[in-house]
Design a protein around this ligand. Structure first.
Ligand code: NAP
Length: 446
């Protein structure tokens, strides 16, 4: 991989890159099948990704005709890597085994290790014989919607494909590595004004938020809409508030510290609730929710923006869903893509049906949505919320920080890129967007 990196740094042509031999093995972050039970009996919060994620050499897989080899310059930590590393709610080896039974090429994935990671900024090294739109030397980012486009269910909205998977979570050979293989229909252009690490962090969370809020497959947000965003400076939330501001809406951000409140203000979000200060107790005990606390949240929202919200951007799940269903206005929508605090959800259905509200499930994004969301990054209209950067060897520590909510925005990971700050091609655009704004999350101290 050293030779490949030197060639990339020296500006080698696509033909020169394609002519370089690939190594038989490469450095990657992975969990092991024989350790899938290592946390049995351990409380969820004590399951430690630093113990389960290993960084070592793994064998280079063969390339399918519709795939490309990537030199991964940088990647990022997503919550799905946390789930894989603590083997919750399931061990991801079950996903790999199922994929392994689907096809000859699928069989490559069913291994005794799972290379994790669902984001990347990268350089295309070689393309399979069926790849048409991309070539060696292309600088790319990768979206994680992995599907078999020979299934009729994958056409129309490809998130409805019956064999839809998330790359690096439900497939092997993920992005937290020096090398990866992805399908050509996962590739998108790298934003030219960003460094490798700034470009690497966006695709998964930005695309997910875009579908949830902007797409007609999600809440189809309109100008003037008021939107409650839980975790508004977190991975998803940091993009959500930017989509809302760009689309002429009013975000009401919820966060858990004064420094995060300040960060959101500097991003242009005026209405912010510090949930630690508000100290909402939506659950009286493990089994009983407190409607008066939902009402207190509603009152706090109205005090900030003068009305109830049209949309609630939901992902904490069990802890907040009752309050979210209550807080949406008549005919409002609660759009949800996750349940970090628990997936067995409870809410008062009377508030849903009597006020004609909708709960909408959403999951990642189709290629069109991911591409459009990527374009917003390329145009400098959505900023990369990069707050910290770790080397590949420290993926366990970085995942630990996300697991324990010690971060904000996104954590980047350097893979082949030897240091931070490399990979910028369009300095003029960078200057136009503004160094301060691009570095907002890094400089916030939140
Ligand atoms: P993240 O970076 O950890 O951000 C989540 C934020 O939610 C935290 O910063 C925290 O903010 C807030 N939060 C956490 N627990 C909360 C609680 N009990 N009540 C209220 N707020 C709480 O994670 P993320 O990347 O945004 O992902 C969030 C969830 O979405 C994860 O479960 C992830 O797996 C899932 N996800 C799903 C998809 C999909 O396609 N389905 C895509 C991306 C992510 P404060 O402490 O500041 O309030």
């Amino acid at each position: 991989m050293k030779e490949i990196l030197s060639a990339i740094q020296a500006g080698a042509s696509g033909d020169e890159l394609a002519a370089l031999p690939l190594p038989e093995s490469y450095r990657a972050a992975f969990v092991k099948r024989d350790e899938a039970n290592m946390f049995e009996g351990v409380a969820s919060e004590d399951k430690d990704p630093r113990k389960s994620i290993h960084v070592d050499e793994v064998a280079t897989p063969e390339l399918a005709p519709d795939e490309v080899y990537l030199a991964v310059m940088a990647s990022s930590i997503n919550f799905n890597t946390v789930w894989t590393s603590i083997f919750e709610p399931l061990s991801t080896f079950g996903f790999l085994d199922r994929l392994g039974k689907e096809s000859v090429w699928g069989a490559r994935h069913a291994l005794d290790y799972h290379v994790v990671g669902s984001d990347a900024s990268a350089v295309v090294l070689k393309v399979g014989s069926a790849v048409r739109k991309w070539k060696p030397g292309d600088k790319v980012t990768v979206h994680c919607n992995y599907l078999d486009d020979q299934s009729p269910s994958a056409h129309d909205d490809s998130m409805l494909a019956d064999n839809q998977r998330i790359w690096g979570f439900e497939t092997n050979f993920g992005g937290l590595a020096d090398l990866s293989i992805v399908k050509a229909n996962q590739l998108m252009p790298k934003p030219t004004h960003l460094t490798w690490e700034e470009a690497a962090i966006n695709a998964l969370c930005n695309s997910t938020s875009y579908r949830m809020l902007v797409s007609r497959n999600g809440a189809n947000m309109r100008q003037g809409d008021k939107v409650l965003v839980w975790g508004a400076s977190g991975g998803l939330g940091a993009y959500a508030v930017q989509h809302i501001l760009n689309g002429g809406g009013t975000p009401v951000g919820v966060v858990s510290s004064q420094s995060k409140v300040d960060l959101l203000h500097s991003l242009g979000v005026e209405a912010v609730i510090d949930r630690k200060v508000a100290n909402y107790r939506f659950w009286k005990d493990e089994h009983t929710q407190d409607e008066s606390e939902w009402r207190r949240l509603g009152k706090d929202i109205r005090a900030l923006v003068g009305d109830d919200v049209d949309i609630v951007f939901e992902h904490p799940g069990r802890q907040t869903m009752g309050a979210s269903v209550f807080a949406a206005k008549r005919a409002g929508m609660i759009v949800t893509c996750a349940a970090t605090s628990g997936y067995m959800i409870e809410y008062d259905n009377r508030h849903l049906w009597m006020k004609l509200k909708t709960i909408k499930g959403s999951h990642f994004a189709n290629y069109r949505e991911a591409w459009d969301a990527n374009q917003l990054i390329c145009d400098g209209k959505v900023l990369p919320p990069l707050s910290a950067v770790h080397p590949l060897e420290a993926v366990g520590e970085a995942a630990y920080q996300v697991h324990h909510n010690l971060h904000e925005g996104k954590i980047g990971v350097l893979c082949l890129a030897p240091e931070e700050g490399l990979g910028i091609d369009d300095h003029e655009l960078r200057e136009k967007v503004g160094e301060d704004r691009i570095n907002l999350f890094r400089n916030s101290g939140a």
